[in-house]
Design a binder for this molecule. Structure first.
Ligand code: SF4
Length: 903
């Protein structure tokens, strides 16, 4: 441990809660992290992901040098920054000159800092003259933007985290907050502990940990949210729970909304939603009868072809009851990414303009053009995420620049994205992690700095702007994202013969960029003219608006009942219930919903490098209702083919009590880096909401079929697990079922699993041994039974077990995994090696799945004690589970509840 580490305040790069993090570093290396007690988003807490951030700071996973391939057929090789930059500028310039500005595009990220975003936005619009700039935030929150604009007039979340403490009804819809925004869920738990009258309602097709904690869980059928919200409004009207004074004084369009919901009786909607009518009535009464009701919602509403209507129908409930603009009351969309909000603020999306200006408004376009000192830019909206990759695929976009995002993993209908990148004339990828799936499609790779190396600002879900400060320098030749964009802009400008490029991009520091962005907000709803780096550093994170002269930002908006519409009144939306983009039928009879896990984040570029984050869920499991499994003759752990109308994948199935029949669930995180094929988005569809252009990533119709693979292989290797993880990747494609990941804690292991109909060829097993360096015969023990296709190989170094490969018979896999993770000596396996059947020795209980990641407490240890009648509190005192970050608390409570029921 470093005696006096340097401490730097920054923020967590994962979810939109935006927790403050103190980074400890020594001699340019990150040595630890802890929650920032002064940060108002988390007051010192971090979840499992945030608390392991220091373990992601591994240079071996990083892109360290620019790389370039001049011909598609050639491999990409190391290049200098100047050479690679000039090449990229030449490619983009040629496309612009020959085919016009809309022949190039920029696809950026909600993980960029606001300053990075600002420069990219200006580069696309002011220099190139295209609106083809969009972001992966399109995939997670653009329906929240359009929902706010349709009803409240501006893209401004009206409530704040503090409202959790003041609400007496919290309505969570389409969000597994306990997993996806854990620190916010801690706050909800605290509020409930303080106020036993606080009602928690959760709307989710699955009984997630969030739903299990609720006073009322409405397990609606996928895609029926609007019907539910309309039925709740119907009950509010019928039972006179609406605030008619508020409606009269501050809203418009109420009569039309009232007419829309007149047919949505609880009885009729119970059939649509698949929930009891009484529960709909109860939810409406709790919501309408509350002193203050707060809604929290996320991808379950947003990732839908009707995302805008889902958002708007929920906001209708707040307008009808006057639950807005007061402490504890209001709709609050949760952002999935750390700085999706910052991107919205600078207008870094194809359909937006700087500082919440509107691309469709000539006056707004003129204002931005004047501000930047350019003649103007086109009024036609740019291509949004799905449209952008489709245009690349069709050839109208020739060159695409992808920054800080991994579309090959994260975009729906994966194969369309891969085809697009293969057909593009030039693909530039600006990325910190060289293992991201998209990197292999790059003609030019620019290594970028990342978390704890960057300097700038981010905005979290409650409009709170924080400074992010660099604790360490970027490794290798990696550069900051804003600087890469500025360098490119200057070179591109020169090639296009622009003499204003230095004036347009004069920046030498992120603060200069921030100050310019700040100036664009003056007089706008998000006015931050009173903020500066100095103020944020001295007084901590601040919410917008924060105009010049203000003492503080605004905790909540619309307190005066004046909204950002032309009339100043909020607008009720007319939102009829509509069907899912894709329905089930005889061929595709099951609903697939997608979502997050507790310990992984998005495409796993970062969390996928931390062994202990696989301890809670080690591979992508298809959760199925047990009746559906029985009907298909499936047992837990069987390998199945999951097939949609677009593609397929193979995964293990697991029975779940969380979902009803005809529904299945897969986590969103696994892509081609960790499993055979393109991952989860091989199944999803690219249909999108006509207003928000957000695709329906949450749902697809699928079929599930058992794969009778009788031959299995498992390989594990300790040592340089990250390197082995990369090395083993090409082999994933050579087995019909394969996945890989990490395991262990102090001793990280690479784990590779595969299966097939028949034993794999010797050559393939030899390749596996070679990439995992298991082929050193001088320190390996071997057992082979070619007749049965069974073999065991164990690698020993310095008396320790460091590698294992089992083929044909893999029953000893978990036992060996635990031995290796403990750094056990080779003696422990000597007798097992000589036995013809590779079963684990009897009487050795396995630790099993880890529930509490911080304190390394396993599920069987907890369940055994609960079965013995020990209370959860006593178990926590003994094992300490759930006493650190608290991310496992919802699960611990579920386990305790299950034990009570069983008893
Ligand atoms: Fe990071 Fe967890 Fe906080 Fe989200 S809740 S910002 S992942 S520490």
């Amino acid at each position: 441990m470093t005696p006096n580490p340097r401490e730097t305040r920054t923020t967590c790069p994962y979810c939109g809660v935006g927790c403050g993090v103190i980074v400890e570093s020594d001699a340019g290396r990150i040595t630890g992290v802890r929650g920032d007690p002064r940060h108002p988003a988390n007051f010192g807490r971090l979840c499992t992901k945030g608390a392991t951030l220091h373990l992601t700071a591994d240079e071996r996973t990083r892109a360290l040098h620019p790389e370039l391939r001049r011909e598609r057929s050639a491999p990409r090789i190391r290049a200098g920054w100047d050479e690679a930059m000039d090449f990229a500028a030449g490619k983009f310039a040629r496309a612009i000159v020959e085919h016009g500005p809309d022949s190039v595009a920029f696809y950026v990220s909600g993980q960029l800092l606001t300053e990075d975003y600002y420069v990219f936005n200006k580069l696309a619009r002011a220099l190139v003259g295209t609106n083809n700039i969009d972001t992966n935030s399109r995939l997670c929150m653009s329906s929240a933007v359009t929902g706010y604009k349709a009803t409240l007039g501006a893209d401004a979340p009206p409530a704040c985290y503090e409202d959790i403490d003041h609400a007496d009804c919290i309505f969570i819809a389409g969000s597994n907050t306990a997993y996806a925004h854990p620190i916010l869920f801690r706050r909800i738990e605290d509020a409930r502990a303080r106020n036993p009258y606080l009602k928690l309602i959760v709307v989710d097709p699955r009984r997630t940990d969030t739903a299990a904690a609720a006073d009322l869980h409405l397990a609606i059928l996928p895609g029926t949210d609007v019907a539910l919200f309309n039925a709740m409004l119907h009950v509010l009207l019928w039972e006179e729970l609406c605030d008619l004074d508020y409606i009269r004084d501050h809203t418009e369009g109420f009569d039309a909304a009232k007419a829309t919901v007149s047919d949505y009786t609880p009885g009729a909607v119970a059939d649509i939603c698949g929930v009891p009518a009484d529960d709909i009535v109860k939810a409406a009464r709790w919501f309408g009868g509350a002193r203050a009701a707060l809604s929290l919602y996320c991808q379950g509403l947003n990732q839908s072809v009707h995302g805008t209507e889902k958002n708007a129908a929920l906001i209708n409930l707040h307008l009808a009851t006057g639950h807005i603009g007061r402490p504890g009351a209001g709709p609050l969309s949760l952002t999935g990414q750390p700085n999706a909000m910052g991107g919205r603020e600078v207008g870094g999306m194809a359909t937006l303009l700087s500082a919440h200006r509107d691309l469709s408004s000539a006056a707004d376009r003129k204002e931005v053009a004047r501000f930047w000192g350019v003649d103007g830019f086109p009024s036609t909206p740019g291509k949004t995420a799905v449209e952008m990759f489709d245009a690349v695929r069709e050839g109208s976009i020739k060159a695409i620049w992808i920054a800080c995002t991994n579309p090959v993993q994260s975009m729906p209908d994966h194969i369309r994205v891969v085809e697009a990148l293969e057909r593009a004339e030039c693909v530039v990828v600006q990325e910190a992690f060289r293992s991201a799936e998209t990197v292999s499609h790059a003609d030019i790779l620019f290594p970028a700095s990342t978390w704890a190396e960057k300097d700038g600002t981010v905005t979290n879900s409650e409009r709170r702007i924080s400074r992010t400060c660099a604790a360490v320098p970027p490794p290798g030749e990696a550069r900051h994202d804003w600087r890469i964009a500025v360098d490119f802009a200057r070179r591109l400008g020169a090639k296009l013969g622009r003499d204003d490029v230095t004036r347009l991009f004069p920046y030498e520091s992120p603060e200069q960029v921030f100050n310019e962005h700040r100036a664009t907000t003056r007089g706008r709803d998000l006015d931050i003219s009173g903020l500066s780096y100095a103020l944020l550093e001295a007084r901590g994170p601040q919410q917008w608006p924060f105009p010049e002269g203000a003492e503080t930002g605004k905790s909540r908006l619309y307190e005066d009942g004046v909204f950002a519409t032309a009339s100043g009144r909020a607008r009720f939306a007319r939102a009829p219930h509509r069907p899912l983009a894709e329905s089930t039928d005889a061929r595709y009879p099951l609903h697939l919903t997608t979502g997050r896990l507790r310990d992984q984040w998005h495409g796993m570029s970062r969390t996928g490098n931390v062994a202990r984050l696989f301890a809670h869920t080690e591979e992508p499991l298809l959760a199925m209702n047990r009746d559906d499994m029985q009907r298909r003759g499936l047992q837990d752990g069987d390998i199945v083919r999951v097939k949609s109308r677009r593609g397929e994948l193979s995964a293990r199935a697991q029975g779940s009590d969380e979902i009803r029949t005809a529904q299945t669930y897969l986590p969103m995180h696994w892509g081609g880096r960790f499993m055979h094929g393109g991952g989860i988005n091989s199944l999803t569809l690219a249909a999108f909401d006509p207003v928000s252009k957000q695709p329906e990533l949450k749902h697809a119709a699928v079929q599930v079929e058992k794969l009778d693979y009788r031959w299995h292989v498992v390989a594990m290797r300790s040592g340089d697990a990250s390197r082995y993880l990369d090395a083993v990747r090409p082999l994933l494609a050579r087995f019909p079922y394969a996945s890989c990941g990490l395991s262990g804690r102090e001793v990280p292991l690479l784990v590779f699993r595969a299966a097939a109909d028949v034993p794999a060829a010797d050559e393939l097993i030899a390749d596996l041994d070679a990439v995992l360096e298991l082929n050193d015969d001088t320190c390996a023990m071997d057992y082979r039974d070619p007749r049965r296709g069974v073999s065991k190989r164990v690698l020993v170094q310095d008396g320790k077990l460091v590698g294992v490969r089992l083929t044909g018979e893999t029953a000893a896999r978990d036992w060996l995994n635990e031995l290796m993770a403990q750094g056990a000596s080779a003696e422990a396996v000597r007798r097992w090696m000589l036995a013809p059947v590779a079963s684990p020795p009897a009487g050795k209980p396995l630790r099993g799945r880890i529930v509490c990641n911080c304190l390394d407490v396993a599920e069987p240890d907890i369940r055994r004690r609960l079965a013995d009648g020990v209370t959860l509190e006593q178990i926590q005192m003994e094992l300490k589970c759930g006493t650190s970050c608290g991310s496992c608390l919802p699960e611990l409570r579920c386990m305790a509840q299950q034990a009570r029921v069983a008893a």
